[in-house]
Design a protein around this ligand. Structure first.
Ligand SMILES: Nc1ncnc2c1ncn2[C@@H]1O[C@H](COP(=O)(O)OP(=O)(O)OP(=O)(O)O)[C@@H](O)[C@H]1O
Ligand SMILES: [Mg+2]
Length: 370
Protein backbone atom coordinates (compact mmCIF):
# COMPACT_ATOMS: atom_id res chain seq x y z
CA UNK A 1 0.00 0.00 0.00
CA UNK A 2 1.25 3.47 -0.88
CA UNK A 3 -0.30 6.57 0.67
CA UNK A 4 -0.62 9.40 -1.86
CA UNK A 5 -2.43 11.93 0.34
CA UNK A 6 -3.19 12.41 4.03
CA UNK A 7 -5.55 15.08 5.32
CA UNK A 8 -6.44 15.84 8.89
CA UNK A 9 -8.65 18.25 10.78
CA UNK A 10 -8.89 18.80 14.54
CA UNK A 11 -6.47 15.96 15.23
CA UNK A 12 -4.56 16.49 18.49
CA UNK A 13 -2.30 19.56 18.00
CA UNK A 14 -2.04 19.19 14.20
CA UNK A 15 -3.36 22.18 12.27
CA UNK A 16 -5.88 21.33 9.55
CA UNK A 17 -3.78 20.39 6.55
CA UNK A 18 -3.05 17.88 3.85
CA UNK A 19 0.25 16.34 2.83
CA UNK A 20 1.40 14.53 -0.28
CA UNK A 21 4.02 12.02 0.82
CA UNK A 22 6.75 10.43 -1.26
CA UNK A 23 6.23 6.79 -2.20
CA UNK A 24 9.60 5.97 -0.60
CA UNK A 25 11.10 7.60 2.48
CA UNK A 26 9.45 10.56 4.24
CA UNK A 27 11.31 12.29 7.05
CA UNK A 28 9.23 14.34 9.47
CA UNK A 29 11.49 16.48 11.61
CA UNK A 30 10.90 19.13 14.22
CA UNK A 31 11.54 20.01 17.84
CA UNK A 32 9.99 18.13 20.74
CA UNK A 33 6.22 18.38 21.24
CA UNK A 34 5.47 19.73 17.74
CA UNK A 35 3.18 16.89 16.58
CA UNK A 36 5.50 14.38 14.86
CA UNK A 37 4.23 11.32 16.72
CA UNK A 38 0.69 12.64 16.31
CA UNK A 39 1.12 12.51 12.55
CA UNK A 40 2.32 8.88 12.62
CA UNK A 41 -0.48 8.01 15.02
CA UNK A 42 -3.11 9.31 12.61
CA UNK A 43 -1.72 7.09 9.81
CA UNK A 44 -1.65 4.13 12.20
CA UNK A 45 -5.36 4.54 13.03
CA UNK A 46 -6.17 3.42 9.48
CA UNK A 47 -5.33 -0.13 10.58
CA UNK A 48 -8.74 0.06 12.21
CA UNK A 49 -7.27 -0.32 15.68
CA UNK A 50 -6.71 2.01 18.63
CA UNK A 51 -3.78 4.39 18.96
CA UNK A 52 -0.41 2.66 19.44
CA UNK A 53 0.05 4.97 22.42
CA UNK A 54 -2.95 3.40 24.12
CA UNK A 55 -4.85 6.72 24.15
CA UNK A 56 -8.64 6.83 24.35
CA UNK A 57 -10.37 7.87 21.12
CA UNK A 58 -11.68 11.03 22.79
CA UNK A 59 -8.09 12.11 23.60
CA UNK A 60 -7.30 12.24 19.89
CA UNK A 61 -9.68 15.11 19.17
CA UNK A 62 -8.02 18.54 19.38
CA UNK A 63 -8.68 20.30 22.68
CA UNK A 64 -11.86 22.42 22.61
CA UNK A 65 -13.14 20.72 19.41
CA UNK A 66 -15.86 18.11 19.30
CA UNK A 67 -14.80 16.03 16.30
CA UNK A 68 -11.74 14.96 14.29
CA UNK A 69 -11.59 14.05 10.62
CA UNK A 70 -8.84 12.08 8.91
CA UNK A 71 -8.60 10.90 5.34
CA UNK A 72 -6.00 8.96 3.38
CA UNK A 73 -5.85 8.22 -0.31
CA UNK A 74 -3.88 5.08 -1.04
CA UNK A 75 -2.93 2.86 -3.89
CA UNK A 76 -3.65 -0.65 -2.69
CA UNK A 77 -5.12 -3.87 -4.09
CA UNK A 78 -4.21 -2.51 -7.52
CA UNK A 79 -6.44 0.57 -7.36
CA UNK A 80 -6.84 3.95 -5.78
CA UNK A 81 -8.89 3.88 -2.59
CA UNK A 82 -9.84 6.33 0.10
CA UNK A 83 -10.44 5.72 3.76
CA UNK A 84 -11.91 8.13 6.29
CA UNK A 85 -11.88 8.08 10.06
CA UNK A 86 -14.08 10.46 11.97
CA UNK A 87 -14.00 10.74 15.72
CA UNK A 88 -17.30 12.10 16.95
CA UNK A 89 -18.60 12.04 20.51
CA UNK A 90 -15.43 10.24 21.54
CA UNK A 91 -16.06 7.37 19.11
CA UNK A 92 -14.28 6.37 15.93
CA UNK A 93 -16.19 5.65 12.73
CA UNK A 94 -14.61 4.51 9.48
CA UNK A 95 -15.44 4.73 5.79
CA UNK A 96 -13.88 2.87 2.90
CA UNK A 97 -14.33 4.48 -0.52
CA UNK A 98 -17.17 6.55 0.91
CA UNK A 99 -19.07 3.58 2.36
CA UNK A 100 -19.48 3.50 6.13
CA UNK A 101 -18.08 0.34 7.72
CA UNK A 102 -19.92 -1.48 10.49
CA UNK A 103 -16.85 -0.98 12.72
CA UNK A 104 -13.42 0.65 12.28
CA UNK A 105 -11.88 -2.83 12.73
CA UNK A 106 -13.24 -3.64 9.26
CA UNK A 107 -10.27 -1.66 7.94
CA UNK A 108 -7.98 -4.39 9.28
CA UNK A 109 -6.41 -6.15 6.35
CA UNK A 110 -7.54 -3.42 3.92
CA UNK A 111 -5.16 -0.69 5.07
CA UNK A 112 -1.98 -1.68 6.82
CA UNK A 113 1.00 -0.17 8.54
CA UNK A 114 3.47 -1.32 11.12
CA UNK A 115 4.92 0.98 13.73
CA UNK A 116 8.11 1.22 15.71
CA UNK A 117 7.99 3.66 18.60
CA UNK A 118 10.40 3.94 21.54
CA UNK A 119 7.88 2.10 23.73
CA UNK A 120 8.43 -0.95 21.54
CA UNK A 121 11.88 -1.35 23.08
CA UNK A 122 9.91 -3.10 25.80
CA UNK A 123 9.83 -5.97 23.32
CA UNK A 124 13.43 -6.65 24.34
CA UNK A 125 13.64 -5.03 27.77
CA UNK A 126 10.45 -6.15 29.47
CA UNK A 127 9.06 -9.51 30.45
CA UNK A 128 7.60 -12.18 28.11
CA UNK A 129 4.12 -10.61 27.96
CA UNK A 130 5.33 -7.98 25.46
CA UNK A 131 6.86 -10.60 23.20
CA UNK A 132 3.71 -12.73 23.29
CA UNK A 133 1.73 -9.62 22.41
CA UNK A 134 3.99 -9.00 19.41
CA UNK A 135 3.48 -12.57 18.19
CA UNK A 136 -0.26 -12.53 18.82
CA UNK A 137 -0.90 -9.23 17.08
CA UNK A 138 1.29 -10.17 14.08
CA UNK A 139 -0.62 -13.45 13.76
CA UNK A 140 -4.03 -11.77 14.14
CA UNK A 141 -3.13 -9.47 11.24
CA UNK A 142 -2.25 -12.28 8.84
CA UNK A 143 -4.74 -14.85 10.11
CA UNK A 144 -8.09 -13.64 11.46
CA UNK A 145 -8.84 -17.20 12.68
CA UNK A 146 -5.96 -16.83 15.15
CA UNK A 147 -7.81 -14.01 16.93
CA UNK A 148 -10.82 -16.31 17.39
CA UNK A 149 -8.69 -19.12 18.87
CA UNK A 150 -6.85 -16.65 21.11
CA UNK A 151 -10.05 -15.28 22.56
CA UNK A 152 -11.39 -18.82 23.07
CA UNK A 153 -8.17 -19.82 24.83
CA UNK A 154 -8.31 -16.78 27.14
CA UNK A 155 -11.88 -17.65 28.14
CA UNK A 156 -10.96 -21.26 28.91
CA UNK A 157 -7.91 -20.08 30.88
CA UNK A 158 -10.02 -17.68 32.95
CA UNK A 159 -12.52 -20.42 33.69
CA UNK A 160 -9.81 -22.89 34.69
CA UNK A 161 -8.17 -20.29 36.95
CA UNK A 162 -11.53 -19.49 38.56
CA UNK A 163 -12.03 -23.20 39.18
CA UNK A 164 -8.57 -23.50 40.77
CA UNK A 165 -9.62 -20.79 43.21
CA UNK A 166 -12.97 -22.51 43.99
CA UNK A 167 -11.66 -26.04 44.52
CA UNK A 168 -10.30 -25.49 48.07
CA UNK A 169 -13.87 -24.56 49.13
CA UNK A 170 -15.67 -27.17 47.02
CA UNK A 171 -13.49 -30.26 46.81
CA UNK A 172 -16.04 -32.06 44.62
CA UNK A 173 -15.20 -29.61 41.80
CA UNK A 174 -11.71 -31.09 41.42
CA UNK A 175 -12.91 -33.82 39.10
CA UNK A 176 -14.21 -31.24 36.61
CA UNK A 177 -10.65 -29.93 36.18
CA UNK A 178 -9.90 -32.67 33.62
CA UNK A 179 -12.49 -31.25 31.22
CA UNK A 180 -10.84 -27.82 31.36
CA UNK A 181 -7.38 -29.34 30.99
CA UNK A 182 -8.40 -30.99 27.77
CA UNK A 183 -9.99 -27.84 26.36
CA UNK A 184 -7.00 -25.76 27.37
CA UNK A 185 -4.50 -28.25 25.88
CA UNK A 186 -6.23 -28.52 22.51
CA UNK A 187 -6.92 -24.79 22.10
CA UNK A 188 -3.48 -23.87 23.48
CA UNK A 189 -1.81 -26.28 21.06
CA UNK A 190 -3.46 -24.48 18.12
CA UNK A 191 -1.89 -21.21 19.31
CA UNK A 192 1.54 -22.72 19.91
CA UNK A 193 1.49 -24.48 16.53
CA UNK A 194 0.80 -21.21 14.67
CA UNK A 195 3.31 -19.28 16.77
CA UNK A 196 6.07 -21.79 16.00
CA UNK A 197 5.23 -21.64 12.28
CA UNK A 198 5.38 -17.83 12.42
CA UNK A 199 8.71 -17.82 14.29
CA UNK A 200 10.10 -20.16 11.64
CA UNK A 201 9.16 -17.60 8.98
CA UNK A 202 10.46 -14.70 11.05
CA UNK A 203 13.79 -16.28 12.02
CA UNK A 204 15.55 -16.01 8.68
CA UNK A 205 14.27 -12.52 7.92
CA UNK A 206 15.16 -11.12 11.33
CA UNK A 207 18.70 -12.41 10.91
CA UNK A 208 19.03 -10.83 7.46
CA UNK A 209 17.67 -7.43 8.53
CA UNK A 210 19.84 -7.37 11.61
CA UNK A 211 22.91 -8.20 9.55
CA UNK A 212 22.01 -5.34 7.20
CA UNK A 213 21.53 -2.86 10.02
CA UNK A 214 24.71 -3.90 11.83
CA UNK A 215 26.85 -4.14 8.66
CA UNK A 216 27.23 -7.91 9.12
CA UNK A 217 28.71 -7.45 12.59
CA UNK A 218 25.92 -9.00 14.62
CA UNK A 219 24.03 -12.24 14.55
CA UNK A 220 20.44 -12.11 15.80
CA UNK A 221 18.67 -15.36 16.58
CA UNK A 222 15.14 -15.90 17.82
CA UNK A 223 13.50 -19.01 19.19
CA UNK A 224 10.06 -19.86 20.53
CA UNK A 225 10.43 -20.75 24.16
CA UNK A 226 8.01 -23.09 25.92
CA UNK A 227 8.13 -24.49 29.41
CA UNK A 228 8.60 -27.87 27.71
CA UNK A 229 10.76 -28.81 24.76
CA UNK A 230 8.72 -29.40 21.64
CA UNK A 231 10.46 -31.81 19.29
CA UNK A 232 10.94 -30.50 15.74
CA UNK A 233 8.22 -31.63 13.36
CA UNK A 234 5.58 -32.05 16.11
CA UNK A 235 2.00 -31.88 14.86
CA UNK A 236 -0.67 -29.77 16.53
CA UNK A 237 -2.03 -32.97 18.04
CA UNK A 238 1.39 -33.93 19.44
CA UNK A 239 1.64 -30.51 21.08
CA UNK A 240 -1.86 -30.87 22.55
CA UNK A 241 -0.97 -34.23 24.08
CA UNK A 242 2.25 -32.84 25.45
CA UNK A 243 0.43 -29.93 26.98
CA UNK A 244 -2.27 -32.13 28.47
CA UNK A 245 0.33 -34.36 30.01
CA UNK A 246 2.19 -31.38 31.47
CA UNK A 247 -1.02 -29.84 32.81
CA UNK A 248 -1.80 -33.06 34.63
CA UNK A 249 1.71 -33.31 36.02
CA UNK A 250 1.51 -29.72 37.25
CA UNK A 251 -1.95 -30.12 38.75
CA UNK A 252 -0.76 -30.02 42.38
CA UNK A 253 1.29 -26.84 41.74
CA UNK A 254 -1.63 -25.18 39.96
CA UNK A 255 -4.01 -26.06 42.80
CA UNK A 256 -1.56 -24.70 45.33
CA UNK A 257 -0.82 -21.48 43.39
CA UNK A 258 -4.44 -21.10 42.16
CA UNK A 259 -3.46 -20.29 38.58
CA UNK A 260 -2.41 -22.18 35.47
CA UNK A 261 1.38 -22.37 35.44
CA UNK A 262 1.91 -23.69 31.92
CA UNK A 263 0.51 -23.00 28.47
CA UNK A 264 0.96 -20.48 25.66
CA UNK A 265 0.05 -17.65 28.07
CA UNK A 266 3.42 -18.31 29.79
CA UNK A 267 5.60 -18.81 26.70
CA UNK A 268 8.23 -16.43 25.37
CA UNK A 269 10.55 -15.66 22.46
CA UNK A 270 14.27 -15.96 23.17
CA UNK A 271 16.12 -13.10 21.48
CA UNK A 272 19.84 -13.69 21.23
CA UNK A 273 22.48 -11.33 19.81
CA UNK A 274 25.93 -12.80 19.21
CA UNK A 275 25.05 -15.73 21.48
CA UNK A 276 24.01 -13.47 24.38
CA UNK A 277 20.50 -12.88 25.69
CA UNK A 278 19.48 -9.47 24.33
CA UNK A 279 17.34 -8.62 27.35
CA UNK A 280 20.32 -8.79 29.68
CA UNK A 281 23.30 -7.94 27.53
CA UNK A 282 22.31 -5.84 24.51
CA UNK A 283 23.30 -2.16 24.32
CA UNK A 284 20.68 0.54 23.60
CA UNK A 285 21.61 0.65 19.91
CA UNK A 286 21.56 -3.15 19.67
CA UNK A 287 18.14 -3.30 21.32
CA UNK A 288 16.82 -0.70 18.90
CA UNK A 289 18.31 -2.55 15.94
CA UNK A 290 16.84 -5.86 17.12
CA UNK A 291 13.33 -4.41 17.51
CA UNK A 292 13.65 -2.78 14.09
CA UNK A 293 14.69 -6.08 12.56
CA UNK A 294 11.67 -7.75 14.15
CA UNK A 295 9.31 -5.04 12.92
CA UNK A 296 10.73 -4.97 9.38
CA UNK A 297 10.48 -8.77 9.25
CA UNK A 298 6.88 -8.58 10.42
CA UNK A 299 6.20 -6.17 7.53
CA UNK A 300 7.95 -8.47 5.03
CA UNK A 301 5.87 -11.47 6.10
CA UNK A 302 2.69 -9.40 5.89
CA UNK A 303 3.67 -8.48 2.32
CA UNK A 304 4.43 -12.11 1.41
CA UNK A 305 1.14 -13.36 2.78
CA UNK A 306 -1.24 -10.59 1.73
CA UNK A 307 0.62 -9.38 -1.38
CA UNK A 308 0.41 -5.85 0.01
CA UNK A 309 3.33 -3.97 1.54
CA UNK A 310 2.38 -2.22 4.78
CA UNK A 311 3.49 1.36 5.32
CA UNK A 312 6.37 1.56 7.83
CA UNK A 313 6.12 4.13 10.62
CA UNK A 314 9.34 4.72 12.54
CA UNK A 315 9.01 7.08 15.47
CA UNK A 316 12.17 8.58 16.86
CA UNK A 317 14.35 5.68 15.89
CA UNK A 318 17.45 7.41 14.55
CA UNK A 319 18.87 9.14 17.60
CA UNK A 320 20.62 6.25 19.33
CA UNK A 321 21.90 4.60 16.18
CA UNK A 322 25.35 5.14 14.68
CA UNK A 323 25.70 6.66 11.19
CA UNK A 324 25.86 3.37 9.33
CA UNK A 325 22.71 2.06 11.08
CA UNK A 326 20.96 5.36 10.31
CA UNK A 327 22.07 5.09 6.71
CA UNK A 328 20.58 1.59 6.47
CA UNK A 329 17.18 2.92 7.54
CA UNK A 330 17.30 6.04 5.40
CA UNK A 331 18.75 4.64 2.22
CA UNK A 332 18.72 0.85 2.15
CA UNK A 333 15.10 -0.12 2.74
CA UNK A 334 14.00 -0.28 -0.85
CA UNK A 335 10.47 -0.64 -2.11
CA UNK A 336 8.65 0.41 1.05
CA UNK A 337 6.88 3.62 1.95
CA UNK A 338 8.40 4.80 5.21
CA UNK A 339 7.54 7.70 7.54
CA UNK A 340 10.34 8.41 9.95
CA UNK A 341 10.35 11.10 12.62
CA UNK A 342 13.36 12.80 14.18
CA UNK A 343 14.26 16.00 15.99
CA UNK A 344 17.32 17.00 14.05
CA UNK A 345 17.47 18.50 10.59
CA UNK A 346 20.88 16.92 9.97
CA UNK A 347 19.23 13.54 9.28
CA UNK A 348 17.48 15.02 6.25
CA UNK A 349 20.92 15.58 4.71
CA UNK A 350 21.66 11.84 4.94
CA UNK A 351 18.60 11.08 2.79
CA UNK A 352 19.43 10.49 -0.84
CA UNK A 353 15.86 10.01 -2.08
CA UNK A 354 12.48 10.93 -0.66
CA UNK A 355 10.77 13.92 0.92
CA UNK A 356 11.25 15.88 4.11
CA UNK A 357 8.59 17.67 6.12
CA UNK A 358 9.08 20.18 8.89
CA UNK A 359 6.63 19.95 11.79
CA UNK A 360 6.44 23.16 13.72
CA UNK A 361 3.77 23.76 16.33
CA UNK A 362 1.24 21.51 14.61
CA UNK A 363 1.93 22.87 11.15
CA UNK A 364 3.42 20.51 8.52
CA UNK A 365 5.34 21.95 5.57
CA UNK A 366 7.10 20.05 2.85
CA UNK A 367 10.65 21.22 2.32
CA UNK A 368 11.82 21.71 -1.19
CA UNK A 369 15.07 20.07 -2.15
CA UNK A 370 17.95 22.42 -2.75
N1 LIG B 1 -6.07 16.25 21.98
C1 LIG B 1 -5.07 17.13 21.86
N2 LIG B 1 -5.32 18.41 21.48
C2 LIG B 1 -4.32 19.30 21.33
N3 LIG B 1 -3.04 19.01 21.56
C3 LIG B 1 -2.73 17.77 21.94
C4 LIG B 1 -3.72 16.76 22.10
N4 LIG B 1 -3.13 15.62 22.48
C5 LIG B 1 -1.81 15.90 22.56
N5 LIG B 1 -1.57 17.17 22.22
C6 LIG B 1 -0.27 17.87 22.16
O1 LIG B 1 0.44 17.49 21.02
C7 LIG B 1 1.79 17.87 21.24
C8 LIG B 1 2.71 17.15 20.31
O2 LIG B 1 2.76 15.78 20.65
P1 LIG B 1 3.69 14.73 19.88
O3 LIG B 1 3.77 13.56 20.76
O4 LIG B 1 3.20 14.51 18.50
O5 LIG B 1 5.09 15.51 19.84
P2 LIG B 1 6.42 15.10 19.06
O6 LIG B 1 6.66 16.13 18.00
O7 LIG B 1 6.38 13.70 18.65
O8 LIG B 1 7.49 15.34 20.21
P3 LIG B 1 8.78 14.46 20.68
O9 LIG B 1 9.92 14.86 19.79
O10 LIG B 1 9.00 14.94 22.06
O11 LIG B 1 8.43 13.04 20.60
C9 LIG B 1 2.03 17.66 22.72
O12 LIG B 1 2.65 18.78 23.27
C10 LIG B 1 0.63 17.47 23.32
O13 LIG B 1 0.40 18.33 24.40
MG1 LIG C 1 7.28 11.99 19.39
Amino acid sequence: MIISKISFANYRNLLDNEIIPDKGINIIYGKNAQGKTNLLECIWLFNGVRSFRGSKDSDLVAFKKDFSKLQITVFSQEREQTADINIINGKREAYLNGVKLSAPSQLLGKMSSIVFSPEHLSLIKDGPAQRRKFLDSALCQIMPRYAVILSKYNKILNQRNALLKDIPYHRELEETLDIWDEKLAYTGAALIFERIKYIDLLKKKVREYHRGISENKEDLKIKYSCCYKIPKGSTQNDIAEFLLNKLQKNKRDDLYLKYTTIGPHRDDIDIIINDMKARTFASQGQQRSAVLSLKLSEATILDEITGEKPVILLDDVLSELDTSRQDFLLNKIDGWQVFITCCEKRFTKQLTNGKTFLLNNGSVTEETKI
